[in-house]
Design a binder for this molecule. Structure first.
Ligand code: PEP
Ligand code: MG
Length: 750
């Protein structure tokens, strides 16, 4: 029977291909297809429903139902058996359809005459495009072979829908991927950009889903899989044993590439009339459907691996190489499922924006995007399936929104927003040489955060007084090996050269938690943010910290050096780290290196505990920098990476501001300079509140210096403090509303 069915299915596909090859318009094609399926499957009815919009299915062609119902009968997703197939993306096979749960009687179609029902989703790579249905009068369940044959037909229909084979005025079907689509994601990096889609992994186009020589197709598939295995093996050979993550992914690739089940299913598909490419895509589509239903993160990763592997195989089969020939468009906006920092750096700063389906605020890619100040939207679910290379796209990193193929009105409004921001930037440029002096005569020192060599030019253009936070881990994150001491020393020296004598605060490695080095053994910790990270790693495994401190002192060679230890939770940790530094200084001197001309050593206050450290800590530390991102998450016990709780507690929450004020007072008591270097320093209203709490040094993204300075120069901080205290006295937990109202009254456009 299977062999017989194979040839039946091949015959059906052969007829289908001939019909598709005929020169006919979209509607005519659809009509012919339904009648040929009904004829081949010996059913009275065959109908094709396609999505009219994201939640409405429309009967687009039928053999056997009333012709008047075509383009009249519409169903919402989930409605009736057809809607159920679309919603669940799975088959309904019912011998007695009217007694099925959810059956909906549609008199306009004459449906009551039919008893059995087989409906299958028409889907391509996990995206549902419509539903294919056959029905017959006698109450029979369709056999596995019949189901299979129809599944293959549905897949070919999906390919043809994707290629626009059914588009015509009469059919009312417009081509896919033409409509505007709005994606609501989350902010990875603020800023707005207009440009054109550049897909990190362009989709492969399959133009020949049906093939009539199964032996030749099987041979093509086997050769391609052999090539794939070889390429996976050679990738594996190049990976160092220490690069555990990469090895794990490649091992998974190898496992799939050698999987007999995978191969067998694809060969069976070919036997039934599919081309090798279509067989690969069919498996890939099935994996994507599973992916959508699997909650277990480990399993999801594995299914992603299979998806990647299928893409590689498709590229081999179609000859559409990794570079599918798509040129980088003007104003490129990179669209990807996810991307590593190394790959992102390869694209360079030419990118105008980045949109990811996955990613997280603290992901490495986000760190790089932030360092470059390129707008980034994360969690834009489904965008890689929907976007085509070259499509117009608007990225609103402020709101975490993406408009793909936007309507003119949306694009115009968006351009106004960009123009307003550009205008404001010009105004800010006029402030570069001016101090951030408030109306009440207080000077706020403006510094910038950096982490890559490429950030340094902003030091002059932004008017920053220095680099208040140099995140040294970025250099470690973008490599796949621990950088050598010599390399680091050269790099740090170049950073100091580029700073031209301005102060650079080098923060020692802040790894662990979300910042996992590609070559570091991942720690299986229940709560990494509170786990083995930053200075804790540095003190427990002092080798790397020592190496970094040596590189820093060698880079300074006779120049002043500023070092800051991250995530210090208690005095002892600071003391120990400082002792390690003193040790390094002594041994470096012995080795004949010129010591720095002066050394400042500070601590980041990122856990509430440090605010209550013994007095001696405040006396012995040269400065303190409040890492507001971490401090806030620990103060409110709300994970900064967790979208559910991240925004729940406002920085302008009085409890937090009050805590900042207490920290500043404690530092002032010992004349210990204190700064604030979390993201909030770069947000004008938050910066105003921090300054009103007594913070006199802020360190932020270079692009924020203008807006923050513009606000501070027009403020009386005593009045701001009064507004904050009054709001709290009135019982406000967050003072945002009152502070905003005050600022608006002062003439600020917020
Ligand atoms: C902070 O926590 O505020 C900070 C500046 O450090 P990071 O964001 O790198 O953890
Ligand atoms: Mg931190």
């Amino acid at each position: 029977m299977p062999n017989n069915m194979e040839s039946e299915s091949r015959k059906l596909l052969g007829r289908l291909r001939d019909t598709l090859a005929e020169d006919s318009a979209g509607q005519e094609r659809l009509d012919r297809i339904t009648s040929l399926i009904a004829d081949s499957m010996q059913t009275e009815v065959c109908s094709i429903y396609l999505f009219r919009d994201s939640d409405t299915l429309e009967l687009c062609a039928t053999e056997g139902l009333k012709a008047e119902a075509v383009h009249q009968t519409r169903l919402r997703i989930g409605e009736g058996l057809v809607g159920r197939v679309a919603r669940t993306r799975s088959m309904v096979n019912a011998a007695d359809a009217p007694s099925e749960r959810g059956f909906r009687y549609m008199p306009e179609t004459g449906e009551e005459l039919f008893s059995s029902f087989l409906g299958l989703p028409i889907q391509r790579l996990g995206e549902t495009l419509g539903v294919l249905v056959v029905q017959s009068k006698d109450a029979r369940a369709f056999t596995d072979d019949e189901v299979y044959a129809l599944e293959v037909v549905a897949m070919v229909l999906a390919e043809m829908t994707e290629l626009g084979a059914f588009v015509s005025d009469e059919s009312g079907m417009t081509a896919l991927h033409q409509h505007p689509v709005l994606f609501r994601g989350a902010t990875g990096q603020e800023g707005v950009a207009e440009g054109n889609v550049f897909l990190h992994e362009p989709r492969v186009v399959v133009t020949n889903p049906v093939a009539d020589d199964p032996d030749a197709e099987t041979e093509r598939l086997r050769k391609a899989v052999d090539q794939l295995r070889l390429s996976v093996d050679s990738m594996l050979a190049k990976v160092e044993p220490s690069e555990k993550d990469q090895r794990e992914v490649l091992e998974a690739y190898r496992m799939f590439a050698n999987s007999r089940g995978w191969m067998r299913r694809m060969e069976e598909d070919i036997g039934r009339g599919l081309s090798a490419e279509a067989a690969v895509e069919k498996e890939q589509g099935a994996a994507r459907t599973r992916l959508a239903q699997v909650p277990d993160p480990y399993m999801r990763e594995r299914l992603h691996d299979l998806d990647d592997l299928s893409n590689r195989l498709l590229r081999i089969l179609t000859g559409q190489g990794h570079e599918t020939g798509a040129e980088m468009p003007e104003n490129p906006i990179l669209v990807a499922r996810n991307i590593g920092p190394g790959e992102l750096l390869e694209y360079g700063k030419t990118l105008k924006g980045i949109v990811l389906e996955q990613g997280s605020v603290g992901s490495h890619a986000a760190v790089v995007a932030r360092a470059w100040a390129i707008p980034l939207v994360i969690h834009a679910e489904g965008i890689t399936t929907e976007a085509l290379n070259g499509n117009a796209i608007l990225v609103d990193g402020d709101q975490g929104i993406v408009h793909l193929r936007p309507e003119d009105t949306v694009a115009t409004a968006f351009r106004d927003k960009i123009a307003m921001q550009a205008e404001a930037q010009q105004r800010y440029a006029g402030l570069v040489g001016l101090p951030a002096e408030t109306l009440c005569g207080k000077h706020i020192s403006m510094h910038m955060n950096a982490g890559l060599m490429a950030d340094l030019p902003s030091l002059a253009s932004s008017g920053a007084e220095g680099v208040g936070l140099f995140r040294t881990e970025l250099q470690f994150l973008i490599r796949n090996k621990v950088p050598r001491r010599g390399e680091l020393a050269t790099l740090y020296a170049r950073v100091m050269d580029a700073a031209r004598g301005k102060r650079v605060v080098f923060r020692t490695l802040d790894i662990g938690s979300d910042k996992v080095l590609p070559y570091m053994k991942p720690q299986d910790e229940p709560n990494p943010a509170m786990g083995w990270r930053a200075i804790r790693v540095g003190l427990d495994k002092p080798g790397v910290m020592r190496m970094q401190l040596q590189a820093l002192t060698r880079a300074a060679a006779g120049r002043p050096l500023t070092i800051m230890f991250p995530f210090v939770a208690q005095f002892d940790e600071f003391r120990e780290a400082r002792a390690l530094l003193d040790d390094v200084l002594i041994s470096e001197r012995k080795l004949g290196y010129v010591p720095p001309s002066s050394i400042e050593v500070g601590a980041m206050l990122e856990t509430p505990s440090l605010a209550f450290a013994p007095d001696l800590f405040f006396e012995q530390t040269d400065f303190i920098s409040i890492g507001g991102n971490d401090l806030k998450q620990f103060f409110f016990a709300a994970d900064r990476e967790n979208e559910r709780v991240r925004r729940r507690y406002d920085t302008l929450n009085y409890s937090f501001l009050n805590f900042i004020r207490q920290i500043v007072e404690r530092c002032n008591q010992f004349d210990t300079p204190v700064s604030f270097c979390g993201e909030d320093a770069g947000r004008p209203i938050e910066a105003a509140a921090l300054a009103a709490m007594g913070v006199r040094t802020l360190s932020m993204r270079p692009a924020s210096i203008g807006p923050v300075k513009a606000m501070l120069r027009r403020l009386d901080l005593d009045e701001v403090a009064q507004v904050i205290d009054q709001a709290a006295a009135d019982g406000a937990q967050s003072v945002r509303e009152d502070l905003t109202a005050y600022l608006v009254k002062q003439g600020f456009m917020l």
